[in-house]
Design a protein around this ligand. Sequence first.
Ligand SMILES: NC(=O)c1ccc[n+]([C@@H]2O[C@H](COP(=O)([O-])OP(=O)(O)OC[C@H]3O[C@@H](n4cnc5c(N)ncnc54)[C@H](O)[C@@H]3O)[C@@H](O)[C@H]2O)c1
Ligand SMILES: O=C(O)C1=N[C@H](C(=O)O)CCC1
Length: 266
Amino acid sequence: MTNEISVVIAGPRGKMGREAVKLVEQTEGMKLSAVIDRQYNHNQLSDLEGFNSDAVIYTSPEECFTTVKPDVLVDLTTPETGYLHAKTALLNGVRPVIGTTGFTQTELEELKELSKENQLGTIIAPNFAIGAILMMKFSQMAAKYFEDVEIIEMHHDQKLDAPSGTGLKTAEMIKEQRASKQQGHPDEKETVTGSRGGDIDGIRIHSVRLPGLVAHQQVMFGGEGQLLTIKHDSHDRGSFMSGVKLCIHSVMNLQELVYGVENIID
Ligand SMILES: NC(=O)c1ccc[n+]([C@@H]2O[C@H](COP(=O)([O-])OP(=O)(O)OC[C@H]3O[C@@H](n4cnc5c(N)ncnc54)[C@H](O)[C@@H]3O)[C@@H](O)[C@H]2O)c1
Ligand SMILES: O=C(O)C1=N[C@H](C(=O)O)CCC1
């Protein structure tokens, strides 16, 4: 009888997946039981360059979950794949920790329902970095005092979704705090489409994608004669790993879906 948490990671060869493989391998009380990849079915991870784990690779999430019966799935793939993996996990008794961003509102609602029906924890984590979580919380606090806000999120140019999960979550948290407001001049006109950014209940959000960036966000609040900027930078993907570890532990004690790591920290 072991109390180890059995973990499966989807997307082990990706930028985040590689870090998560190292984390789980090095964490006492966790075991990397298998991984889900698009290729290399039934090979061991150690057959691939840069890995020394004996975890088996599965290309089918169903086969992985029914054979390995892990406790937790950590998904770090792409929006479409992450959603399918989360759904398949819940239907097979596995608790999803989803770092993948870019899910639609309908997908989130569906996962929430499935989680509840199956009484299995799910964590959807738009950002695992503690600094980013604090940036979102501080922004929500500031929104009580400043009604005009614009979000600038900046990421590497391989990112598939825009706006970022963090940007969206920040806007949603601010929305909970302030009355709806259409910002800028009432008669403003864009002469170049998109120049005023995305619009979430009047909150403007701008997505920058450049090589050399990792994950960065500024939340700018403007008021009479003053500007408050709340800013966070992830310079490398190690910044996300303590959050991944916390979520793997926390999801074991949940029976429903939690959206945002701010909801599981004190
Ligand atoms: N929540 C957070 O804190 C956080 C931090 C960084 C990245 N992310 C998100 O995590 C995801 C991954 O980011 P990344 O930078 O590692 O991307 P990446 O492109 O480096 O890696 C994605 C991996 O997913 C794999 N993949 C794609 N389809 C698959 C499938 N059907 N089955 C198995 N594997 C599949 C790819 O082969 C690739 O190795 C993105 O959605 C990103 O937005 C979240
Ligand atoms: O690299 C990415 O992609 C990241 N995505 C998350 C988001 O969309 O907010 C978190 C930061 C890194």
